[in-house]
Design a protein around this ligand. Structure first.
Ligand SMILES: Cc1cc2nc3c(=O)[nH]c(=O)nc-3n(C[C@H](O)[C@H](O)[C@H](O)COP(=O)(O)OP(=O)(O)OC[C@H]3O[C@@H](n4cnc5c(N)ncnc54)[C@H](O)[C@@H]3O)c2cc1C
Length: 486
């Protein structure tokens, strides 16, 4: 039995702690903030409830496998419910497309909106993406990234297929003539914090996964997952120490020998009572190689507005995307020029469409998200700049007048703004980036921190900044991977 300290009570941190404790280790967690869940948070205001991060769940089998492993019933902790339409897409010329994971519905909608021949190319695209999924399932998503997985003849062939030079956008160009369809499929690359113009075609697995395994919500809100994990921590005797930020470490002979935390009341807590450390973040200079922070290809950040809306909008679904007019410019702005785009693609998640309790009667809880560049000297997210940018987003939505039928500003009860700067301050995200290093190129993918640290023999990484990547199911997977490695 080992004594293990997990730093950070995000999803990866809590899943790792529970699995390690279930295997007989003595585990405790130290978390900077006063609540668990990290980016999966929740706020309530004036009768509205908002999830602060994830809004859509895929790969439900990953959660079931976790619960099987710890011999508990998932439904005793949270309940996944499948959503019929995974997203409603809007373009400013009035085109609307409902994405379904049901094949027959999807086929019908594709033919209706984009023409008869598009459904065939859409499903061929997904079949092609399935190859990557099958190639990656065991050796990439299911285990730590390790060259030994690829040492056979078949393994080398697979590796070449996974890392071929074609980008997500190249793949869309190969399969689709319809620009809007390209725009739709390309956007999935941003779920990994990357641009479709650079991210390898492997990332076409994201729409494949959503299509194959469905789009899911959690009854009572996505935050129920974090609450369920917190409860499990209690049941598995994992104590969570809140308000404790890792500030420094001591080391000897490639091992971390002590951890220094600063508590909310300014005191320093130091402990050397551990064998192994698991970190749910990669922001601390003590635990990372200095070179890591010299990178300049971080995943994007996000600009978020949580808006209480005093009206119900019948044209909107639970998940909605309003596309930019100039498709390439938005990516150039965010990933090359590193400036917030004026012609932005806007995502609106309205959980009160599925769960009426999330907003007062006759109202809706809008979680509005726009991709933003990671922090850089080009943009200062002052209160005034952030407020102006919020207004520009609402003005841009006003252009979709068929949907909103009037000025949206008139229906807003309040707007809570969360900027890339807030990501840095609240969760210590490197440069405000949501997933640490981007997956824009093979080079950056290989530079992403591995589950087992190269720097210290008794340090492991879990969560979205490490392998296998960002997103709630993959954070669960990283917990499972390191619990096996340890
Ligand atoms: C806006 C947004 C939308 C998203 N949408 C989706 C979605 O729809 N579907 C999906 O699957 N995924 C989505 N994601 C991704 C998903 O939320 C994340 O991948 C996942 O929640 C990250 O979990 P994690 O384990 O990496 O931990 P994190 O959430 O990064 O938590 C890390 C924890 O460590 C703590 N910490 C940091 N530094 C220190 C320190 N020095 N000392 C102590 N504690 C520290 C932080 O406070 C935090 O609690 C979204 C993310 C964001 C931000």
């Amino acid at each position: 039995m080992k004594k293990i300290i997990v730093c950070g009570a995000g999803i990866g941190g809590m899943v790792s702690a529970i699995l390690l404790s279930a295997k007989g280790h003595e585990v405790s967690i130290y978390e900077k903030n006063d609540e668990p869940g990290g980016k999966m948070g929740e706020i309530r205001r004036d009768g509205y409830r908002f999830d602060t991060g994830p809004s859509l769940i895929t790969m439900p089998f990953v959660f079931r496998e976790f619960f099987d492993e710890i011999k508990r019933e998932m439904t005793d902790y949270f309940e996944l419910t499948e959503i019929d339409s995974s997203c409603r897409y809007f373009w400013s010329d009035g085109t609307v497309f409902n994405s379904f994971t049901d094949k027959a519905k999807s086929e019908q909608e594709l033919k209706k909106v984009f023409g008869d021949d598009t459904s065939d190319s859409y499903f061929r695209y997904l079949e092609y993406a399935k190859i990557f999924y099958n190639l990656s399932l065991e050796d990439f998503i299911g285990s730590d990234i390790n060259i030994r997985n690829y040492l056979s003849k078949e393994g080398i062939k697979n590796l070449f297929r996974l890392i071929s030079g074609r980008s997500v956008n190249d793949l869309s160009n190969k399969f689709f003539k319809e620009k809007k369809l390209k725009q739709m499929m390309d956007r999935f690359a941003t779920f990994s914090g990357s641009t479709p113009f650079l991210a390898p075609q492997f990332f076409s697995v994201i729409p494949y996964i959503e299509n194959e395994y469905g789009a899911w919500y959690v009854k009572g809100g996505i935050y129920k997952i974090a609450e369920g994990l917190r409860r499990l921590c209690g049941e598995f005797n994992v104590e969570i120490h809140y308000g404790c930020e890792l500030k420094d470490i001591s080391q000897n002979n490639k091992k971390i020998t002590s951890l220094k935390f600063r508590s909310n009341d300014g005191k320093t807590l130091e402990t050397d009572k551990f064998d192994t450390v698991v970190s749910n973040f990669t922001n601390s200079s003590g635990i990372m190689d200095k070179d890591y922070f010299k990178n300049d290809d971080w995943a994007n950040s996000a600009f978020i507005i949580k808006a209480g809306m005093k009206k119900k909008f019948s044209e909107l679904s639970h998940h909605n995307i309003f596309f930019a007019d100039d498709y390439e410019k938005e990516y150039i702005d965010i990933f090359e020029k590193k400036i917030p785009s004026d012609d932005m693609t806007i995502y609106i998640s309205i959980s009160s469409k599925t769960d009426l309790n999330d907003a007062p009667a006759g109202c809706e809880n809008w979680f509005i998200m726009v991709n933003a560049p990671y922090l850089n000297p080009g943009t200062d997210w002052t209160e005034k700049y952030s407020r102006d940018y919020c207004n520009r987003i609402i003005d841009r939505l006003n252009r979709f007048d068929i949907v909103f039928g009037g000025n949206i500003h008139d229906h807003i009860e309040f707007c809570d703004i969360f900027t890339p700067e807030d990501f840095k301050n609240k969760y210590n995200c490197e440069n405000g980036s949501i997933y640490g290093l981007s997956s824009n190129t093979l080079y950056t993918i290989l530079k992403r921190p591995k589950n087992k640290s190269d720097k210290f023999d008794n340090l492991y990484f879990t969560g979205g900044n490490t392998h296998p990547g960002g997103g709630v199911p993959l954070c669960f997977q990283s917990g499972r991977i390191i619990s096996t490695l340890i």
